[in-house]
Design a protein around this ligand. Structure first.
Ligand SMILES: [Zn+2]
Length: 428
């Protein structure tokens, strides 16, 4: 193998017109950093003049060289440069000079396509753009440009929807239109389908309007939280869909009500303040999961008692808290046992002494009762969303926030593998 073959093979350059001669490699200190520098020469006979289009003849003459430093991916941890001397030609037909083009970079760019590909690969990992730009020896703007090129070249497929959909939202970036962004998932696999900037009814109508009737008709179940615009959206656009209220959100609704009640009691009860504050988790726990056998020393309590004793003590400090707690526990077990009859019985026959917070929650549950019926009778849930939302949080944190929603979304989709890369796409 010749020198040229070794080096083009090693640097993975697909350009037969670049030649490497003896002593073509040296190390060089640039701005205090050692670089590996490869000196190459690009020279070949062009087929025509790119300025006027005349086919190559004697009137197109060699016209010296121009040297450019092209950034390559790192070699053995060293920043690497290809110092390419490119042949220039002067065309006497049109009087203009031109430089030969190479396959290592795009025209007019000093970052090799291999580097761009490396950046595109790095973007699929959970790493910040700043780190990626440092590792690849480019600016963060370049990284962002490469990311944008991904997004522009790929549109998500808009003509099919799975039978089960999950609607959810997550806290978006500051620049986004709405405070909450909309997250659409496949209800069976849990995979993200798309992410929208806000979850207002109008934007959702506009978005789902792009899907074909066939796709919309295909949806049989949609899992949502108790957010009424979703209900109007589904009634308008999804003729065959049954609404399922997510189990997690149901429990969240009643546990928040109980928590707020506890805090109100806590603020007024100076004597039991610490106990009410400390053992909030035990109150939320299902009463069947409380330990009633193991005697332990609990902080704030003097004698040895069990978990269920602690709960009993706390709820007996206040009648309203006690009644609210009982309703909470009954609802919780009806959710856990998927017992719709007992659920609707509790909604209509609860004590009048429960707190206003719980009354509001029960009112909401009553409003969504027919949809909650589906929750009890299907196994679809929003369980995947929690994992997805954690993932989004991680992406947001490693980037120390995103200024643009589009980039934030693109990054999520790249990291989730929903838009994939190929070398041709990296065209910036
Ligand atoms: Zn010409």
């Amino acid at each position: 193998m010749s020198n040229t073959n070794y080096i083009t093979e090693m640097l993975e350059m697909k350009d037969n017109n670049i030649k490497f001669y003896e002593n073509c490699y040296h190390k060089e200190k640039i701005k205090g950093v050692y670089y590996k520098v490869f000196d190459g020469v690009l020279s070949y006979k062009p087929t025509c003049c790119p300025k006027c289009g005349v086919i190559f003849d004697k009137k197109i003459e060699k016209h010296g060289f121009i040297t450019s430093n092209i950034k390559l991916p790192n070699v053995s941890g060293f920043k690497t440069i290809l110092r390419l001397r490119k042949q220039r030609y002067l065309c006497k037909h049109c009087g203009k000079a031109f430089t030969l083009r190479d396959n290592v970079t795009n025209y007019g760019c000093f970052i090799s396509n291999n580097t761009k590909y490396q950046i595109a690969l790095d973007l699929t990992k959970k790493r910040s753009e700043v780190d990626i730009s440092k590792d690849n020896n480019v600016s963060t703007n370049t990284v962002e440009r490469i990311m944008d090129s991904f997004y522009n070249s790929q549109k998500l497929y808009k003509n099919s929807l799975p039978e089960v959909l999950l609607f959810d939202e997550f806290k978006s970036v500051k620049s986004a239109n709405g405070a909450m962004s909309f997250h659409l998932c496949n209800g069976i696999t849990g995979k993200t389908i798309d992410i929208l900037e806000d979850r207002k009814l109008l934007s959702l109508l506009k978005y789902f309007g792009k899907y074909s009737h066939k796709a919309l008709n295909n949806v049989k179940y949609i899992v949502i939280d108790m957010y009424s615009p979703y209900v109007s959206l589904i009634k308008k656009l999804f003729p065959n869909a049954n609404i399922v209220i997510d189990n997690f959100h149901l429990i969240q609704l009643i546990s928040r009500a109980l928590n707020k009640t506890r805090i109100n009691v806590m603020k007024e009860d100076k004597k039991n303040y610490n106990k009410l504050k400390r053992y909030w988790k035990l109150l939320l726990k299902s009463k069947y999961e409380l330990d009633f056998e193991k005697w332990k020393k609990f902080t704030c309590f003097n004698s040895f008692i069990t978990e269920s004793d602690v709960v009993n003590y706390i709820i007996n400090t206040n009648e309203e808290l006690k009644q609210t707690y009982l309703v909470y526990q009954n609802l919780l077990s009806s959710f856990k046992n998927k017992d719709f009859n007992s659920f609707s019985y509790i909604l209509n026959n609860h004590s009048n002494y429960i707190s206003n917070y719980m009354k509001t929650s029960i009112k909401t549950l009553n409003e969504f009762k027919d949809k909650i019926y589906n929750t009890f009778n299907t196994n679809y849930h929003n369980g995947y969303i929690e994992g997805n939302n954690n993932f989004i949080k991680v992406i947001k944190r490693i980037a120390f926030g995103f200024r643009s929603f589009i980039r934030f979304k693109t990054r999520i989709l790249i990291c989730k593998g929903l838009i994939s890369i190929n070398k041709k796409m990296v065209n910036v």
